[in-house]
Design a protein around this ligand. Sequence first.
Ligand code: FO1
Length: 315
Amino acid sequence: MVVVLAGGVGGARFLSGLVRIVAPAEVTAIVNVGDDVDVSGLRVCPDLDTITYRLAGVVHPSQQWGRDHESFVVSGELRRFGHPDWFTLGDRDLAVHLHRTLRLRQGAPLSRVTDEIRRAFGVEVRLLPATDDPLTTTVTTRDGRTLGFQEYWVRERAAPEVDHVTAVGADDAQPAPGVVEAIEDADVVLFAPSNPVVSLGPILAVEQIRSAVARTRAPVVGVSPIIGGRVVLGMADRLLPSVGAEVSATGVARHLADLLDGWIVDTQDRDAVDTIRGLGIECQATDTMMDDPGIAGALASTCLDVASRVRGAAA
Ligand code: FO1
């Protein structure tokens, strides 16, 4: 079993590559829920949905979140009643949020609802939310405001300077059923090229998940989300300084060093390989720009190669 800790768009791209080389039924994704948000009374889980849509082949091709062939009739009508319009839900996307909200109201935990939804989309990869408990990411800005993640990222376009990010609820949140067992029983644990602060961060903020990753016998191999000192997508470059991490492949490796056995960097960062090996982390440079599933598949293959090298060394 290959277990992947993942956020949204980068995690989904990586998983679509991994399933080209590993049977989907052999893959479990542990997914961030810190981005989740209530919109017009509905529970929206952007990272779980982005991964579900991508693996089901129905994700919006250029946005890489939300549905393809989408329309926005309902969101347009909701404006008539003054609903906020900075976070728009497409009509097809709404069906997932309506169903999820109904099932949650019936008392089903998010992990069960997530499993129902991914199966309904024919997704064979097992998707586990990091937790079924309340866990939400807030961003406190230098000018003293505390924003929800989507307010910061979508409404404010990540413009405000960030003082710190908090995974609210992490201290009390329990891993969702199956999460710790998946990590303990994994053959390999991979960190997708996701935002280390707001995607991997909230997952690892659940202490029992972090400690399971720290103690698993499986090799733990991650992919740098920073290439040549820059983010591929999202806003990790604006958040890494708030956790004292340098905006570089090496900086993120240092930030995660106590959990990593291997770290994959882009060929642009090949000169960082020796430094990262100096941290006691096996390191390999390869093409990490997942512009097509073929590259994503080759990247996943490199991750598994490094994992087997590390396993051999550890044995
Ligand atoms: N991102 C935007 O920039 N604008 C939106 O209106 C928006 C709506 C939206 C609806 C559902 C969903 O699953 C994702 C959505 N996103 C939107 C993207 C979202 O903010 C990010 O993709 C994730 O939170 C980061 O992983």
